[in-house]
Design a protein around this ligand. Sequence first.
Ligand code: ADP
Ligand code: MG
Length: 456
Amino acid sequence: MSSNDVSGGIVVGIDLGTTNSSIGVTMNGQPVLIPIEGQPLLPSVVGLAPDGSLLVGRAARNQGVLYPERTIRSVKRRMGEDVRLPLGERQHTPVEVSAIILRQLKLAAETYLGQPVARAVITVPAYFSDAQRTATREAGEVAGFVVERVLHEPTAAALCYAGEGPGAATERKVLVYDLGGGTFDVSILRQQGEVTEVLASHGDTHLGGDDFDQVLARWLQQRFEAQHGVSLREDRRALARLSRLAEETKIQLSRDSYVRAIAEDLGEQDGRPLHLDVEVDRHGYEELIRPLVERTKDSVQLALREAGLLARQLDEVILVGGATRTPLVGELLQGLLGRAPRLDVDPDQAVALGATLHAARLAGLPVQQILVDVTPFSFGTAYFGVLDGRPSTHCYKQIVPRNSPLPIRQTEVFFTMQDGQRRVQVEVYQGEHPDTRQNIPLGHFLVEGLDPEAPE
Ligand code: ADP
Ligand code: MG
């Protein structure tokens, strides 16, 4: 493969996301995302630094909270519109701004691979209009790509999970639930062999993980104001810090059941610095975001109805988008559809990896399926609760859901049954059944020396 041969050569896969973008390439038969400043995701943010230089990605995102007038975020929402977006003194079309992001991805790929990269597969949401698709293609061309294909995001994601071998030719119905930073969409696909068809697609173009940040930031603000009797409403810098802190806290809450949120010198009173230092627990946080997650249910049902399918006729439910790492999202969806969603491929990388798989096929490269190490079973513990309408000590709480990528660390909080209780026996089970007696006991251990005075 000659390095300056544009018609042949490498084909990359690109997820040009509202919040984050990424670029992948197939190496040794395996699709991988190219690291950009050490990370697989590049924030889809363009900014103008005080010295007039152009910032793309993390740097732009970091200055964006303080200088919104010199920052363009979520340009994907404007694709296909005939507008000029202000960036400091400059004006840019949405196509130009997307091209700046795409050029950064191209540069990262070329640096990483040590050769020019031209051919690309770029993904767009299934609901994108013709004008939006054309604008995306144009942005690719402005960035110097030969755009081989504009592929649907859910189709790309489903490619990561498409089986190979004898069973691959049978028809599969797949639901792709994609909750990103600022958009939500659910698509139902029919896959057969190499052909994927979008049967239905619904969503909300103004719902995503950023809304989770906002409700949590507001809660943190209220806690701070109540504690110190000081209002932060007019303090742009403090509010910007709170929204960053809320996002960090939210991400940590996907894994830990408690997170301490700390912001020093957030405000001041009579020249005295005031700090924020609160503990956020996952259950409390879930109550804050539950109404937002609930809102996605209608779209799921609408999409199913439009596709003429019942939930049980689905062969696969796939989670896509960073915000689906929130445990509550998977739980609500499982409750609604009666089946555990797949989450083995990193949800915020699935679209780019699928686009890369598609790109490899266009280039005629042999590709393996994406390999990840997952737990084939769920693991959990017994607790005292209500089972089949009766109090029972055999209630099963799943802690590590099946298909989770390994290694994994998950935490969950339980309370003792009696006041002053100092010891607790922890049982560990493998299985999916709500009654622990139907699951496989793996072992147990005793936790001693609990503090009877500890507050709840
Ligand atoms: P998009 O498709 O909109 O470009 P992504 O799929 O990259 O966006 O999702 C970005 C969103 O995912 C952000 O709101 C981010 O805070 C959120 N996110 C990323 N990681 C986690 C996590 N571990 N838990 C919860 N939310 C997360
Ligand atoms: Mg996305």
